[in-house]
Design a protein around this ligand. Structure first.
Ligand code: ZN
Ligand code: ZN
Length: 366
């Protein structure tokens, strides 16, 4: 069937909104009429050169309504409202351990641009291949082919057009705080970076009734939003002589856990020193390719510091997305405060707003 989609044809090029053909779902695939799709940093990394085959339709925070199902699909039906998340193989040791974010086949499942069984793409244009299956969805389009495994059914009374970011960016931040760091009620957390992932970690921290939560963020508007969302303190690193000393002062000697969402080695070096004994330092961002961990080993030894790199917040989307929705319904997880809506044909403007910091979580709607 015909669909409108944003195609990337050249590394670093613009998103080009064009008409494409979307195949019938087969096997355990579903075809989803996309209501909204978030823009995540990884879409821009892929546009700008992370190895994906071109031309391709990106987009991996889609949400919408199932419009057709393949013959092997169970538990999902036409008309269901769904959130799409990352894909995984279901068969490797970490998938079997319920840690699909560390699927041994994660790169192929999410970045190959084709179906892995036969190398075909569900997308085409005038008979030519357009790569799809990005994160098992390619949802920068009015229709997307996803898989039963990365499709999560949600209630129909929710605002479906803004739910897509629960499938990646928001899940990553909230999952990092709660699942990866194991943040408990009353514990303290320092978050470095107040973008979509950092503020989602803050939402997660509030949802589990964390104690002191300090957000380090130079952008004043984002800092102000962090305070509204429940940060106990915001530190502007540009206006603070010693960020480490300030965090120790505000937290009574150090925080239980720290989370870096910047990927900047100099920032990570501070984050590693902020935690008290047996604290966990979570690292999420994509670092510069040559970066090494800037950490003093003796300092880590005496504190028993745990350093953990995190993918997708360690979450299993099939359980964690319903959990975030339950908190949202209870008024404890106002992720909608991070969202800025753009019409789909303004996808390049949304990308620019994401890059210049004027939108925290752009969501494109149809
Ligand atoms: Zn797997
Ligand atoms: Zn993402």
């Amino acid at each position: 069937m015909k669909a409108t989609a944003a195609i990337v044809r050249n590394v670093g090029g613009r998103f080009s909104v064009e008409e494409i053909e979307v195949a019938e779902p087969r096997g355990s695939e579903v075809r989803v009429k996309i209501a909204g799709v978030g823009m995540c940093h990884t879409d821009l990394v892929a546009r700008d050169g992370f190895p994906v085959p071109l031309p391709i339709v990106l987009g991996h925070e889609g949400s919408g309504v199932i419009e057709a199902v393949g013959p092997d699909v169970s538990g999902l039906s036409v008309g269901d409202h769904v959130v799409l998340s990352f894909n995984s193989c279901a068969a490797c040791p970490t998938c079997e351990e319920d840690l699909p974010a560390y699927c041994h086949n994660f790169l192929a499942q999410n970045f190959a641009g084709v179906r892995l069984d036969d190398g075909s793409s569900p997308l085409s244009q005038d008979g030519s291949v357009i790569h799809g299956s990005f994160f098992g969805q390619s949802s920068f389009g009015s229709y997307a082919i996803a898989n039963q495994r990365n499709t999560v059914k949600v209630d129909k009374d929710l605002p479906i057009e803004i739910l897509g970011p629960l499938g990646c960016g928001i899940q990553t931040g909230a999952g990092a705080a709660i699942l990866s760091l194991g943040l408990k009620a009353g514990q303290s957390l320092a978050i470095f970076g107040g973008g979509a992932v950092g503020l989602s970690a803050l939402l997660g921290a509030r949802a589990v009734d964390a104690g002191t939560v300090i957000v380090v963020e130079p952008n004043a508007a984002r800092g102000a939003l962090a305070l509204e969302l429940g940060a106990t303190h915001v530190i502007d690193p540009g206006a603070t002589e010693n960020v480490l000393d300030t965090i120790k002062e505000l937290s009574g000697g150090g925080v239980n856990h720290a989370l870096d969402t910047t990927g900047i080695p100099d920032v990570v070096a501070v984050a590693v020193e902020t935690t008290i004994a047996h604290g966990t330092v979570g690292l999420i961002a994509v670092p510069p390719p040559e970066a090494m961990l800037p950490a003093n080993m003796m300092s880590m030894l005496v504190r028993g510091t745990i350093i953990k790199y995190i993918t997708e917040g360690d979450a299993d989307p099939q359980t964690f997305i319903p959990q975030m929705i339950a908190w949202y319904r209870a008024g404890k997880f106002p992720f909608d405060r991070l969202v800025k809506i753009f019409p789909f044909d303004q996808i390049n403007e949304a990308a620019k707003a994401s890059e210049d910091g004027s939108a925290i979580k752009p969501v494109l709607t149809f």
